[in-house]
Design a protein around this ligand. Structure first.
Ligand SMILES: Nc1nc2c(c(=O)[nH]1)N[C@H]1C(S)=C(S)[C@@H](COP(=O)(O)OP(=O)(O)OC[C@H]3O[C@@H](n4cnc5c(=O)[nH]c(N)nc54)[C@H](O)[C@@H]3O)O[C@H]1N2
Ligand SMILES: Nc1nc2c(c(=O)[nH]1)N[C@H]1C(S)=C(S)[C@@H](COP(=O)(O)OP(=O)(O)OC[C@H]3O[C@@H](n4cnc5c(=O)[nH]c(N)nc54)[C@H](O)[C@@H]3O)O[C@H]1N2
Ligand SMILES: [Mo]
Length: 762
């Protein structure tokens, strides 16, 4: 099949970046048959006045490099600007039933969608329709449905302008079911950081990396998922910054980096060591690892103070700015080293090494990703990171603070402009004033709640602004059955994916412009805006020729649906907004005057403008008015007991994918080529079970609900991963995750420790 190369498992010795990244691009880019416009888009990528990369949410520097893009940014650009086209002829040739059997890769490799399409049950095919027909029919159907049972999902890529219009459309329609991909991702951050420090996002900005002396990182894979961050880490290392990494896997980006823009390194093949310490914590073991560090610090501080020496913790900060320190300190003092060592999977000496760096640091940044947020007790892991920062006053001064690395390029921004299912985060009073209606004030459905309704047949409509919800969510098999019963599905997308292939009664596929493409409207070419992981907001202007002249922009599609589905409201100028997006920005500014003052002027500021963050100024918008310490509720984040035969499965991204988009079959850094159907396993565990490299196995769910969930045909890859843990790829393994296996308060599916058993295939 296209894209499937020979299977090869071979350890990779190279650094992140370097010639390997060129090779990585060389495997993927030619398949997209690019033209000169794609190269122009790369040249302008992430630069002031340019186009902002559609890949990750890492910041865009005010003074960019000559090439401010990375291997995976180039793949994302090529994926969007491909010259391959998925036309109505393709859908005439392939029925939906047939396409269900295709791989994610092959579906998207069919190219960019070119025409609005409607599912025709009689022929089991998608057929081309006019936009008018699509909007009229969608509007008429929406009018018949119960708004409270209709979901408006957003995947994190669409601009601030589109997202504002989309969430307003949902609220005017009467739905508050506005889940975002963030509900599967950093929602643990949004909920946990809000509780603990009164801000849902990073308090640091990009230039804090120039002022820190220490970086701790938990559960983030920089080399693959935010490669441009490597430049910042390299510079930090050159200044002598200590970098301490906790990850069950040795991820190459946190080990070493060859800067492709450094001719000497490229010629000599040298690299910069990134982490000064690397600790292969057990999946979910971060709570205990951090507890160990905290215990050392607190006991050293007790001792220093009782001996009359200088304190080690920042007691001035703790007293002035925090609550519940003593409760937490007591918990840490009482914790037993045997438990800490067992639950973290690290030796006491390793934790002491990390503590030594922590105790020396005067300015520490805490980086983290999905390895923290996607666990049942993920919030407790996050609270432990915050505790560590608070003990020595590492929030609200230069070079210090939490630095969660977000996922999609505008996922944080979508929340900022109203895509939220939580009424307390919606600007309802302001919306009521501006648009003269009563916005829904009930708790809407998040991802898990939407899945529950889909599974039990009580979801009446599902609108997807980008994304691949059916593939990204847990409990895949039940979800497919439920998905097929949703009476109305509307998919706003650039490429075909599995979510589009299980239509219910009515199903529409509405193709849109990508961000890289020229967006011409009545007032001229349009620009859009987004927000990065540092709460910086900037403009982006696409210049490439659209993939098809039948495409509409995302704002135009949202307006088309809104006008067809809603009662007219003279206060909402849908047409004028589509004609000129600067008017949408004015509306955003009117809705959020604090964050978006002079929005249209400031959007082109090099490096973006900062939305601001009270916690960065030590203003704590929490319940207590202070930053809050929290003792953990469990010693590990997995949320299930260990027992013989039960493993913790970690679901991972390869270096050749963007979420459910599979660019290719090379996971270069992990040395896995030609297949994604693997289980990475510790040698000692293999020996204990009598398994050998290349053996074929099945994984089965080992959750307490005893449900049958199995994935067959997986190949054993011996891997440097802690005993008791297994690694494998998302989304293929989402079959194994129970819908109720999610982070407790934030409801993020717990894809980083899934209870499974393994057995050899017969
Ligand atoms: N090229 C590319 N870029 C992307 C994406 C992509 O798919 N491809 N996806 C985007 C999105 S939406 C997101 S959210 C981000 C995701 O980026 P990341 O946050 O890096 O997410 P993952 O790739 O899932 O990897 C999580 C890391 O956590 C480690 N880990 C797993 N369990 C644990 C644990 O219990 N403790 C610790 N300490 N570590 C653990 C894993 O080994 C892995 O290195 O990247 C964004 N950028
Ligand atoms: N087991 C497990 N499950 C996970 C994760 C995990 O680590 N493990 N990670 C979770 C995370 S962090 C996330 S964010 C979710 C991701 O979930 P989603 O955001 O729903 O999925 P994506 O794969 O990013 O969506 C890809 C699709 O978006 C569409 N698309 C691309 N560009 C555009 C555009 O410009 N406009 C529009 N309208 N559509 C576009 C294309 O049709 C493409 O097929 O998955 C989650 N699921
Ligand atoms: Mo994400």
């Amino acid at each position: 099949m296209a894209g499937q190369d020979d299977i090869e498992i071979k350890q990779y010795e190279g650094a992140a970046g370097g010639w390997g990244s060129m090779e990585g691009m060389a495997h993927v880019l030619p398949k997209e048959k690019l033209n000169a416009e794609a190269l122009d888009a790369l040249r302008r990528q992430n630069k002031p006045e340019g186009v902002m990369c559609v890949s990750c949410a890492w910041g865009k520097p005010a003074k960019p490099h000559v090439a401010e893009f990375c291997e995976n940014g180039a793949k994302a650009t090529a994926w969007e600007l491909t010259t391959l086209r998925n036309t109505p002829d393709f859908f005439q040739a392939h029925s939906v039933g047939e396409l269900q059997g295709w791989r994610d890769y092959d579906l998207e490799q069919a190219g960019r969608l070119t025409h609005p399409m409607k599912y025709d049950a009689a022929s089991d095919k998608y057929v081309a329709v006019s936009w008018k027909e699509a909007f009229d029919a969608i509007g008429a159907k929406l009018k018949k449905l119960d708004a409270k049972k209709v979901v408006f999902y957003a995947s994190g890529r669409a601009s601030l302008e589109t997202s504002y219009m989309y969430s307003l459309c949902a609220r005017l329609y009467g739905s508050h079911n506005l889940p975002d991909s963030s509900n599967m991702c950093h929602e643990t951050t949004s909920v946990g950081l809000s509780n603990a420090i009164g801000s849902p996002v990073a308090t640091i900005q990009m230039d804090d990396y120039e002022h820190c002396d220490t970086i701790f990182c938990w559960g983030q894979n920089v080399g693959t998922n935010s490669p441009r961050m490597l430049h910042v880490l390299e510079k930090a290392r050159k200044r002598g910054v200590e970098i301490v990494t906790f990850n069950p896997l040795k991820e190459r980006g946190w080990e070493k980096f060859t800067n492709p823009q450094n001719p000497v390194q490229m010629t000599l093949g040298t690299s910069t060591q990134i982490s000064t310490q690397y600790h292969q914590v057990k999946a979910g073991g971060d709570i205990s690892a951090i507890l160990g560090i905290a215990k050392i610090a607190i006991e050293a501080d007790d001792e220093a103070r009782s001996a009359g020496r200088e304190a080690i913790l920042d007691h001035h900060f703790i007293e002035q700015h925090t609550v519940r320190f003593e409760e937490f300190a007591d918990y840490a003092r009482k914790a037993k080293w045997d438990d800490i060592v067992r639950e973290s999977g690290l030796t006491r000496e390793a934790i002491e090494d990390a503590a030594r760096i922590y105790l020396k640091s005067k300015a520490m940044i805490a980086v983290y990703g999905m390895g923290i947020t996607q666990h049942r007790y993920g919030m407790d892991s996050l609270y432990m990171i915050v505790n560590l920062l608070l003990m020595r006053g590492h929030i609200g001064r230069p070079g210090a603070g939490p630095g969660p690395v977000r996922g999609h390029s505008n996922v944080q921004g979508q929340r900022t402009v109203g895509i939220t299912e939580k009424p307390k985060l919606a600007p309802n009073a302001r919306l009521k004033q501006l648009y003269d209606f009563n916005p829904p004030d009930w708790q809407g459905w998040d991802t898990v709640e939407s899945c529950r309704h889909i599974i039990d047949g009580t979801c009446d409509g599902f609108i997807q602004l980008g994304g691949n919800f059916l593939r990204a969510t847990p409990e895949h098999e039940k979800m497919v059955k439920g998905w097929e019963k949703i009476p109305l599905q509307v998919h706003i997308a650039t490429k075909l994916n599995k979510s589009h292939l299980h239509p219910g009664e009515d199903c529409w596929l509405l193709p849109c412009l990508g961000r890289m493409e020229r967006d011409m409207q009545a007032s001229g070419p349009q620009a859009v805006t987004m927000e990065d992981s540092f709460s910086h907001i900037y403009g982006s202007r696409g210049k490439a020729t659209p993939a098809s002249h039948h495409l509409l922009s995302e704002p135009a599609i949202v307006a088309g649906i809104a006008k067809a589905a809603l009662e007219p409201n003279e206060n909402v100028p849908w047409d004028a907004w589509v004609d000129d997006y600067s008017l949408v920005r004015d509306a955003i500014e009117d809705t959020y005057p604090d964050k978006f003052s002079n929005f249209n002027d400031r959007m082109w500021q090099p490096g973006g403008f900062w939305k601001g963050n009270p916690a960065a100024h030590r203003k704590w918008e929490t319940e207590s008015g202070k930053a809050e310490f929290n003792a953990p509720r469990a010693m590990n984040a997995a949320g299930f007991d260990d027992k013989p035969g039960r493993f913790r499965l970690v679901t991972l991204r390869s270096n050749d994918q963007f979420n459910t988009t599979i660019y290719g079959y090379h996971d270069r850094f992990r040395g896995i080529h030609g297949t994604r159907e693997v289980v990475m396993m510790n040698h000692a565990d293999m020996t204990a079970l009598g398994l050998f490299e290349g053996d074929m196995v099945s994984l089965a769910s080992d959750a307490d609900d005893q449900e049958d969930r199995v994935v067959d045909g997986l190949r054993i890859v011996p891997y440097d991963i802690p005993q008791g843990c297994l690694g494998g790829y998302y989304p293929e393994l989402n079959v194994l995750i129970p819908i109720e296996h999610h982070a407790l308060e934030s409801h993020v599916p717990a894809g980083k420790s899934v209870p499974v058993t393994i057995r050899k295939s017969r």
